[in-house]
Design a protein around this ligand. Structure first.
Ligand code: NAD
Ligand code: WQD
Length: 337
């Protein structure tokens, strides 16, 4: 079975390519490299000892994407390609809607033209907005607080409408919580451009001395220690969830929606402590005002993924911090030499 991985050069995509290849799938990768490096593809080949085609291609270019489907007989698509920076999406909403939504519309039209009816889509816990209670279950009300989140919610709606119009489709929507960590080889990992927006890449850059200290965004939330609580999940666990989704759902028509998280909530200060322990480095921090749009706490009920995908997170917080530090310390400048 051959899977086309859009956004396969990126952080989660590259890890999923490794798990797909290790599970015996053939793959082809489509990416415009707008937020990634082609070196990640060489590293995937190094880890797995397997080869695959790469198409440097933009989902906004309908003709080029169509050519990829003409060249490759794919059985399904895992669709990671998209822009993901929340703050940037507030500054450039039209660009985010265009890239993420038009890109997805092109992909779906071409899939239908070529009768490729399986898709796994990268959604996000951001579609739950500020949840009414915790843990979060898939049927909670949906809302968003920024254009990035809205692209995810609208694409979910587009996928549901597509299935209504064409019952051949098998759509699996995975709502990720907070992916961190890296492959244990230290060959692939998260390589944010510029100053990181997310907590763990920021902590990792403080640990290697690239950034002086962490700004902790708020310590007056109604949480265990006042700082924000999230459900951090090892990127390899998240990648395995994609393989399970393909295994279990690609021949089941319908729209299947799953939370992919561990079910554990850790605070910012707990993350700082866990990372200090794993790295042996002190993480200096200062308490700062809340970041606008942040919610106090968020963690998953992932029972549905357990029951229907036979998927459960295997890695704990110690593993996530160890593997994140292994990647960062071996590649202080990411994929750049
Ligand atoms: P990433 O930026 O590392 O990977 C996304 C990839 O898509 C990049 O390689 C980029 O070059 C490519 N891309 C973007 N627009 C494209 C286009 N028009 N055509 C072709 N390629 C394009 O991000 P990631 O962290 O690996 O995230 C993967 C997916 O998961 C994204 O859709 C993201 O929104 C979603 N997601 C990420 C997180 C997270 O915290 N990392 C959480 C929830 C959901
Ligand atoms: C985690 C916690 C911050 C940075 C975002 C997106 C979400 C999804 C995952 C894509 C919060 C605190 C952070 C810092 C801090 N992405 N923090 N100092 O906000 O849960 O989710 O990434 O879909 O859509 O919104 O993740 O890592 O940014 O923050 O104190 O420098 O760390 O306030 O409590 P978040 P995050």
């Amino acid at each position: 079975m051959k899977i086309l991985v859009t956004g396969g050069a990126g952080y989660i995509g590259s890890h999923t390519c490794v798990e797909l290849l290790n599970s015996g799938y053939e793959i082809a990768v489509l990416d415009n490299l707008s937020n990634s490096s082609e070196k990640s593809l060489d590293r995937i080949k190094e880890i797995t000892g397997k080869d695959f085609e790469f198409y440097k291609c933009d989902l906004l270019d309908f003709e080029e994407v169509n050519k990829v489907f003409e060249a490759e007989q794919v059985d399904g698509v895992i669709h990671f390609a998209g822009l993901k920076a929340v703050g940037e999406s507030v500054q450039k909403p039209l660009w985010y809607y265009h890239n993420n939504i038009t890109g997805t519309l092109n992909l779906l039209k071409i899939m239908e033209m070529h009768k490729v009816y399986n898709i796994v889509f990268s959604s996000s816990a951001t579609v739950y907005g500020n949840p009414k209670s915790l843990p979060i279950v898939e049927d909670f009300p949906l809302s968003t607080t920024n254009p990035y989140g809205s692209t995810k919610l609208y694409i979910e709606g587009i996928l549901k409408d597509l299935f209504v119009s064409n019952n051949n489709f098998s759509v699996t929507i995975l709502r990720y919580f907070n992916p961190i960590g890296a492959h244990k080889s230290g060959l692939i990992g998260e390589d944010p451009k510029g100053i990181p927006n997310n907590l763990m890449p920021y902590i990792q850059q403080v640990a290697i001395g690239k950034l002086p200290q962490l700004s902790v965004f708020g310590n007056q939330y109604p949480t265990k220690d006042g700082t924000g609580v999230r459900d951090y999940i090892h990127v390899v666990d998240l990648s395995i969830a994609h393989v399970k989704a393909v295994e279990k759902k690609s021949d089941v028509a319908g729209v299947h929606i799953y939370n992919i998280g561990t079910g554990n909530g850790y605070s910012v200060l707990e993350m700082v402590k866990a990372f200090e322990k794993a790295s042996g480095k002190e993480i200096k921090y200062k308490i700062c005002p809340n970041r606008p749009g942040d919610i106090p706490a968020c963690f998953a009920d992932a029972t549905k993924a357990k029951n229907e995908l036979d998927w459960v997170a295997q890695y704990n917080l110690e593993d996530m911090c160890r593997d994140g530090w292994n990647w960062q310390s071996k590649n202080p400048n990411g994929y750049e030499e």
